[in-house]
Write a protein that binds this ligand. Structure first.
Ligand code: NAD
Length: 490
């Protein structure tokens, strides 16, 4: 199937499940349509999996735990992971185009962030597993204790649609590095790059059955079947907080290990002593990159009152310059939202902002020139306080609120007044204040004078209702491996 966008001929793919080393359709032949958010057109079909396909995939994954994968050393698994990363880079153009077709994000973003970072996830964990040790404790002359690391077993990886390949590989790389086998369930809205990744894993030398992929929906579909399956040992889930709650109750019946990366409503705190031009340049990204559909986007902007007017004036002016449009056009800064349903949801928050007494300083509507596809202008809202739903609830689109503050203690309280706790950005040139405020913000990831600067060795995850557990570096291995302590009496 081919689709024509901005003069680029791009081939979309029909998506099948990948079970035990083979692409297969659903047993009953059921499929659903994959829609291009930039045009509303059908890109192709996706096999719709359910209990039966998940069961076949889990059986294949269980069998593969005892096969050649088990005999591979960490060094050899690292070599396979390196090859996966290399093959992703070799197929970068194709993967970037598929990612953009599926998500509506600008092609330059897929090319410069999503796909290279997906490759790096494999390269990073390939090296990490080869260097990873375990603990040892000597109890004087009485005993020596040391721990050994083993795979957890079959791990279900359930992913959202906003950074499809990047987030899937963030889970898959450490999952494989630790020797597990897996059944992946990508988001129903973005199935294409995950489908290609299965082939890349096979080409890189991953034995049959180690990596399986079942497409489908969440409730009463492939997602729910995976979380309920008795032979799945653990679930790593990234998605909405409400979905996390449902999965937790489903997984409780078989007491699965869970890792959660959930929603956020991240504060962006700007003190008057910061470098305003740098702040604005980064805040444009932290607000609107990927159409604001990044869990780490700073959607609540708090600005010290003495800098407020200047910030608002410059920020609105820069935002108006962002080109919204065809994701394949290199000048596009903001592409299409993921789906019609999501467009309506984000739009409903803009209408709510008006009812709550907010002022829309720019944006708030579909660009007049774009009547097809799910495009929305980047939107800036002022005049709402922390009691408003628009300031409290995750919108997950190109919509931010700006609120002035007067005192440090006041802004800490405002920032923490949420049940989320994923990330925060602080802007100040006062080092002591940066350290003091950062230590009081209730978030798992806190940036000072930057945003989205990542070192994969660091803990990544949220507190409160933004997640459970941490991933990254050795934290990923805490989730993806079982440790046994061996105590030898001397
Ligand atoms: P979602 O929760 O609707 O869906 C995520 C995945 O879960 C999909 O694959 C879906 O099919 C599946 N699913 C849905 N219901 C299920 C069920 N009952 N059982 C099993 N699986 C089920 O989330 P989304 O709309 O795809 O993604 C957006 C959300 O993800 C936002 O809240 C965003 O903040 C969050 N997110 C968090 C991070 C992070 O690192 N914390 C990263 C990216 C996205």
């Amino acid at each position: 199937m081919a689709t024509q966008t901005a003069g680029t001929k791009v081939k979309a793919i029909d998506c099948l499940h990948f079970i035990d080393g083979q692409y297969v359709p659903s047993r009953n032949g059921k499929t659903f349509a994959n829609i291009n958010p930039a045009t509303g057109e059908v890109l192709g079909t996706v096999a719709e999996g359910g209990r039966e396909e998940v069961d076949l995939a889990v059986q294949a994954a269980r069998k593969a735990l005892k096969g050649p994968w088990k005999k591979m050393t960490a060094h050899d698994r690292g070599a396979v992971l390196r090859r996966i990363g290399d093959l992703i880079l070799e197929r970068k153009d194709e993967l970037a185009m598929l990612e953009t077709l599926d998500t509506g994000k600008p092609l330059w973003l897929s090319n410069s962030v999503d796909i290279p970072r997906a490759a790096y996830n494999f390269h990073f964990f390939a090296d990490y597993i080869r260097a990873l040790g375990t603990e040892a404790f000597q109890q004087d002359d009485v005993a020596i204790n040391y721990s050994i690391r083993r795979p957890v077993g079959v791990v279900g990886l359930i992913n959202p649609w906003n950074l499809p390949l990047l987030l899937l590989t963030w889970k898959l790389a450490p999952c494989l590095a630790a020797g597990n086998t897996t059944v992946m369930k990508p988001a129903e809205l973005t199935p294409m790059t995950a489908t290609v990744l299965a082939e890349i894993c096979r080409d890189a030398g991953v034995p049959d059955g180690v990596v399986n992929l079942v497409h489908g929906f969440g409730p009463d579909s492939a997602g729910a079947a995976l979380t309920e399956h008795p032979d799945v040992n653990a679930i790593s889930f990234t998605g909405e907080t409400t979905t996390g709650k449902i999965i937790m109750s489903a997984a409780a019946k078989t007491l699965k290990r869970l890792s959660y990366e959930l929603g956020g409503k991240n504060p962006n705190i700007i003190f008057a002593d910061s470098d305003l031009d740098e702040v604005i340049e980064t805040t444009i990204k932290s607000s609107f990159i990927n159409q604001g559909e990044v869990c780490l986007c700073g959607s609540r902007i708090y600005v010290e009152r003495t800098a407020y007017d200047q910030f608002v004036e410059k920020f609105v002016a820069k935002t108006k310059q962002l080109t919204v449009g065809d994701p394949f056009d290199p000048n596009t800064k903001v592409g299409a939202l993921i789906s019609e349903e999501h467009f309506d949801r984000v739009n409903s928050y803009i209408q709510l902002a008006k009812q709550e007494g907010g002022q829309i300083l720019t944006g708030g509507k579909r660009p007049e020139s774009l009547q097809q596809g799910y495009y929305l202008e980047p939107t800036i809202i002022t005049g709402l306080d922390n009691s408003c739903r628009v300031v409290r609830e995750e919108i997950f689109g190109p919509v931010v609120t700006i609120t002035p503050f007067d005192r440090e203690e006041e802004v800490i309280e405002l920032a923490n007044d949420t049940h989320y706790g994923l990330s925060a950005s602080l802007w100040t040139n006062d080092l002591r204040r940066a350290h003091r405020v950062a230590g009081q913000i209730e978030a798992g990831i806190i940036w000072v004078n930057t945003w989205f600067l990542r070192d994969l060795r660091t803990p990544f995850g949220g507190m409160k209702q933004s997640g459970i557990g941490r991933e990254g570096g050795m934290h990923s291995f805490e989730f993806y491996s079982e440790l046994s302590n061996i105590c030898i009496k001397l």
